[in-house]
Ligand binder design. Structure first.
Ligand SMILES: C[C@@H](NC(=O)[C@@H](C)NC(=O)CCCC[C@H](NC(=O)C[NH3+])C(=O)[O-])C(=O)O
Length: 351
């Protein structure tokens, strides 16, 4: 393939660091002015030894949140949802607090606790307990409501899957369609994302795909093949399946203004600090990372059992990178994979 203007040596180093940190495989797809470049390391299937394949599909975890945010923001642009209306005006009775608005959900400033912290306190037992379960959205929200709030509504950013479970509920209530249909009609079909689907609660990944391997909490314990699961514990917060090519198409189209009118896109890019680093921010269902070379990239990260994902693009949508590794519960591998952003967008060689 034509050499993109990415620094392939630096990206390869980031991928090798990811394998050293315990991922069976990892890969990137970079699209820039000089074309597209894919790089792979390791295997997509530990049993067969099949190599990591840039065309293979995988679970994208919270990158789903950006798809959900785009659908909801299209409804806002169509005048069907008001960002600053109380969530309870669309979902009466679901929350005991009328102060929580739709915007608070999209910016993780609702104060609603993240039920997954308790659900996955013990990584493998927690996963095994839910991998074949089907939850209603209400069951997930009620789990959160049994825990204390993390902040007043509109307070500081506090990441919580509960917020995007509620985003899915608002979408379904307002459109009277399942979220799968809204993703299909508003994003997947228009962008021809042939590898992207929302098949909850089916557990299989159709077509050629990467197998995911979950690290247990106990050091030295064997990896758990976590490929098949309903992801019903996440739904509009994390249950989507896609490919690196589709994620690049999606993030680039979003930032090029293909999915939202510019006023709504600008609202989506209005960020608050996501941590104390001064380089990581969160808008409406979208992260912004300010890289060391002065480039800001916009996108989302994803963590679902057995799969780490990064999908980011520049403000003009002209340089885009997807990176994934088929492991999780392994922070050092996630950090190493994240090094592919500095490598691709800044040409910075990871250590
Ligand atoms: C952080 C990430 N969020 C997501 O992608 C959402 C969908 N995933 C989670 O909240 C992690 C659930 C536990 C994963 C499990 N961890 C444990 O079980 C830890 N005890 C694992 O690592 O597979 C994001 O927004 O970037």
């Amino acid at each position: 393939p034509p050499l993109a203007d990415a620094n392939s040596k630096a990206i390869t180093q980031a991928l090798r660091n990811t394998l050293k940190a315990g991922a069976p495989g990892a890969m990137t797809r970079y699209t820039g002015p000089n074309g597209t470049q894919t790089l792979t390391e390791g295997v997509r299937d530990r049993k067969t030894g099949a190599p990591m394949d840039p065309r293979a599909r995988f679970r994208i975890g919270s990158v789903t949140k950006t798809f959900s945010s785009v659908v909801l923001l299209q409804l806002v642009a169509e005048g069907k949802v008001k960002l600053d209306a109380p969530v309870t005006s669309y979902l009466p009775g679901v929350l005991p607090d009328d102060r929580i608005t739709v915007r608070h959900l999209l910016t993780h400033r609702s104060g609603l606790s993240d039920y997954t912290n308790a659900m996955f306190a013990k990584t493998v037992p927690g996963f095994e307990a839910v991998r074949n379960r089907v939850f209603t959205n209400k069951e997930l929200v009620d789990r959160s409501l049994r825990e204390p709030r993390t902040t007043e509504p509109g307070g500081a950013y506090r990441y919580s899957n509960t917020n995007f479970v509620l985003v899915g509920m608002v979408i379904e209530k307002v459109t009277k369609n399942p979220v799968a249909k809204e993703y299909e009609q508003r994003v997947i079909k228009p962008l021809k994302l042939k590898d992207t689907s929302y098949v909850h609660p089916a557990t299989a990944i159709k077509g050629q795909h990467v197998r995911g391997y979950l690290h247990p909490d106990e050091d030295g314990a064997p990896l758990v093949d976590s490929t098949e699961q309903t992801v019903s514990w996440a739904q509009a917060a994390g249950a989507m399946i896609s490919s690196e090519a589709d994620l690049n198409t999606f993030m680039s189209a979003l930032l090029r203004g293909k999915l939202l009118p510019s006023k709504t896109l600008n609202a989506m890019l209005t960020v608050v600090p996501a941590d104390a680093s001064g380089t990581r921010f969160y808008g409406l269902g979208l992260r912004r990372y300010d890289l060391s070379c002065g480039t800001s990239v916009y996108g989302h990260t994803g963590t679902v059992q057995g799969f780490y994902t990064y999908a980011f693009t520049t403000r003009d949508g002209k340089r885009t990178l997807s990176a994934m590794a088929n492991t999780s519960n392994r922070g050092s591998a996630n950090t190493a994979l994240g090094g592919s952003l500095e490598a691709a967008f800044c040409g910075k060689q990871p250590a």
